[in-house]
Design a protein around this ligand. Structure first.
Ligand code: NAD
Length: 494
């Protein structure tokens, strides 16, 4: 029997649920079946204009007149309500992007911590007194940068929205959120939660839409003061070019090709657990994936064989089934991209150790499922080592020495995250200190928290999210210099 389509036919602008002026209704595809499961109203550029106007009005109006305690209180209320909706949001995110419920439920269960953390920082944004001449009084204040255009991808849409909305609202900014084309449902449900939490009208606006039209319009808009973007670095480059016109403030969280390094002195069972998880978590669609596994030569064959065995044991299936460990690729394009890279890896001479095929048959109901895939005998010049596949494909690369490991680790244009497995403390520190990445995990992997800064070196990003550092992206510093008396001398007196 056909499921009834879930309908979201309104945009959230200025605290109201409004019909679009110039948008279109777009199907949202369930990646586990390839069949639409929801219909969503996309906004057009006129809707973006309305949302930006509403965000500016709220910025000048109620939001700026509130005390920091009131703002923090609203954020806390939102955090608590959001937490109560964990189960609903997790189910919707699994429908939208195919991540298994056993991942989305705990993940989304932790999102409220981001909002609580930034609520706690709202009254700690202060300036400083600068001692100068006794006749002068000099101080700095930190003021909201203004209206923020928050643009997020589809792989962890609610988490990445929290990373932007939390610090932006704590800093006193207002937000226009543009979710990714394929994952708008959760953003609209989150807006309902924000409304119920009493967020003043216009503080958060949600306008789903196409990146190349609506996203680009938001970026070029003269009344948007900052863009906070997560996605592909090539999109970030286009945004940077367009933002030059208004010299907007920018922060970027882009892709990665993270080196996950296992030395022969590592706790091998733990390293294997982490390597398998780092390769296939989030259906292989995480920016922090350990997609380049660098393995010390003495243990190389052993690790390759074990990873191949473990890849074959990952339970691929329907995202909402509790036992499913890996769901489908989030879209037909992602499936096609992953399979294309499998072919590229083969052509380049890498050895396919596990997986590599689309999964079909009744069990997989036409969804975008692919086998967890492992390539061995990869060298770092190959495209499967250099390019972000964003699918469950792990490239295993041998190395001889510490220097060798560092050179390979740093030998891509990316610099988001890295992992190191070694029980030699000196070696772990030596290597960590040389890695060009914003996050280095030692004897663990993908440990993320609201209070730990996260972001990329090189093309992987600009600025940091999480931690107090994230607030910097949403604040301007104003220096006020005041004379305490005395007259201003006539510079032109003869
Ligand atoms: P994408 O760049 O194609 O799209 C991201 C968002 O940008 C979407 O909302 C899209 O509609 C919008 N967009 C597209 N073109 C635009 C334009 N010209 N102007 C304004 N907005 C535009 O990326 P994606 O495929 O959705 O996401 C996958 C990428 O995101 C991967 O590279 C992944 O590594 C990265 N990512 C990074 C992090 C991180 O924290 N560093 C986290 C998750 C994902």
């Amino acid at each position: 029997m056909n499921e009834q389509l879930r309908l979201h036919d309104k945009l959230f602008i200025g605290g109201e649920w409004v019909a679009s002026l110039d948008g279109e209704m777009v199907d949202s595809i369930d990646p586990s079946t390839g069949v639409p499961w929801a219909k969503v109203q996309f906004g057009g550029t006129a809707d973006v204009d309305r949302a930006v106007a509403a965000a500016n009005e709220a910025l000048r109006g109620p939001w700026s007149r509130m005390s920091v305690y009131e703002r923090a209180g609203i954020l806390r209320r939102f955090a608590s309500l959001y937490e109560q909706h964990t189960s609903e949001l997790a189910t919707l995110e699994s429908r939208d992007n195919g991540r298994p419920i056993r991942e989305t439920r705990p993940d989304i269960g932790a999102h409220s911590q981001w909002y609580h953390y930034y609520a706690g920082l709202a009254d700690k944004i202060d300036g400083r007194m600068i001692p100068v001449d006794p006749s002068m009084h000099v101080y700095t204040t930190r003021v909201p940068v203004g209206v923020v255009g928050a643009i997020v991808p589809w792989n962890a849409p609610l988490l990445l929205s929290a990373w932007k909305i939390g610090p932006a609202l704590a800093a006193g900014c207002t937000v226009v959120l543009k979710p990714a084309e394929t994952t708008s449902v959760t953003a609209l449900v989150m807006a309902k939660i924000a409304e119920a939490a009493g967020l003043p009208k216009g503080v958060l606006n949600v306008v789903p839409g196409h990146g190349k039209t609506n996203g680009a319009h938001l970026v070029a808009h003269p009344d948007v003061h900052k863009i906070s973007f997560t996605g592909d670095h090539r999109t970030a480059q286009a945004i940077m070019k367009s933002a030059a016109g208004t010299l907007k403030r920018l922060s970027f969280e882009n892709g990665g090709k993270s080196p996950h390094i296992i030395f022969d002195d590592a706790d091998i069972p733990s390293a294997m657990n982490a390597a398998t998880h780092a390769a296939f978590m989030a259906c292989g669609q995480s920016c922090a994936l350990g997609s380049r596994l660098l393995v010390h030569e003495p243990i190389y064959r052993q690790v390759v064989e074990e990873l191949g065995r473990r890849a074959g044991r990952v339970k691929v299936g329907m995202p909402l089934e509790e036992g499913t460990q890996m769901g489908p690729q989030a879209s037909a394009q992602q499936l096609e991209k992953t399979l294309r890279y499998v072919a590229i890896g083969r052509d380049e001479g890498a050895k396919l150790v596990a997986g590599g095929k689309r999964l079909g048959g009744d069990e997989f109901r036409g969804g975008y499922f692919v086998e967890p895939t492992v390539f061995s005998d990869v060298n770092n010049d190959m495209r499967i080592a250099q390019e972000e596949i964003f699918g469950p494909v792990c490239s295993v690369i041998p190395f001889k020495t510490e220097e060798d490991a560092v050179a390979i680790a740093n030998g891509t244009q990316y610099g988001l995250t890295a992992g190191i497995w070694s029980q030699n403390v000196g070696r772990a520190h030596r290597v960590a200190n040389q890695i060009q990445a914003g996050t280095v995990w030692v004897n663990t992997y993908r440990y993320l928290r609201w209070n730990i800064p996260y972001g990329g070196f090189k093309v992987s990003g600009l600025g940091r999210e999480n931690g107090p550092e994230a607030l910097d992206a949403y604040l301007e510093t104003r220096s006020t210099i005041m004379s305490l008396g005395g007259s201003y001398a006539d510079a032109y007196a003869s």
